[in-house]
Design a protein around this ligand. Structure first.
Ligand code: IMP
Ligand code: MG
Length: 186
């Protein structure tokens, strides 16, 4: 992969920063209403969901606990998931009896989340729902019910606001698409 250039490599901005912030605020209001009086735990999946989690938790006005997991998929390439998931970092606290919302950056094939759902269900939460910033339904391989969705996007590989290509571009404040020649050098 050639050296990334955060400005020059971006072909189009799909979702500008202000639209991301507005949507996150809206999701925060909805979650605060739906989970009022409940024992809400947000479980975010590193590293892609980090900015989303950080903004979403601050948009929530009810008491909330957070936990972090990190997963990676075996094999795969910079733009394709293999579906074989490995847990790099597990939960640090019990979610037994808690109302859990998984906070994800993007649902693409759905394989990662499908694995996580089965894993977390085994930890006996009272309820388990999904909040995904981006939904890319065109590439779905397993059916996933998304309870809280930010944006539905077309079948394009996107970067920014936590999402990476070759571990870079996560710090862009918007969701964008890179120029074809950038992806081409995989
Ligand atoms: P899935 O298992 O195919 O649903 O994808 C899971 C993970 O692949 C996401 O959490 C992302 O980390 C990554 N991913 C999928 N699509 C994209 C994309 O368009 N840009 C960057 N990462 C992506
Ligand atoms: Mg992710």
């Amino acid at each position: 992969m050639r050296a990334p250039d955060l400005t020059a490599d971006v072909a189009t901005v799909l979702i500008p920063a202000d639209q991301l912030q507005a949507k996150v605020a809206e999701l925060g209001v909805t979650l605060s209403r739906d989970y009022a009086g409940r024992e809400l735990t947000l479980v975010s999946v590193l590293k892609g969901a980090l900015p989303f989690m950080a903004d979403l938790m601050r948009a929530i006005s009810i008491p909330v606990q957070i936990d972090l997991m990190e997963v990676s998929s075996y094999g795969g390439t910079a733009t394709e998931t293999s579906g074989l998931v490995r847990i790099l970092k597990d939960l640090s606290s019990s979610i037994d009896g808690r109302d859990v919302v998984i906070v994800e950056d993007i649902i693409d094939t759905g394989l990662t989340l499908n694995y996580l759902l089965r894993y977390l269900r085994g930890k006996n939460p009272r309820t388990l729902r999904i909040c995904a910033l981006l939904d890319k339904p065109a590439r779905r391989l397993v059916e996933i019910e998304i309870d809280y969705r930010g944006f539905t996007i077309p079948d394009q590989f996107v970067v920014g606001y936590g999402l990476d290509y070759g571990e870079f571009y996560r710090n862009l404040p918007f969701i964008g698409v890179l120029k074809p020649e950038v992806y081409g050098s995989e």
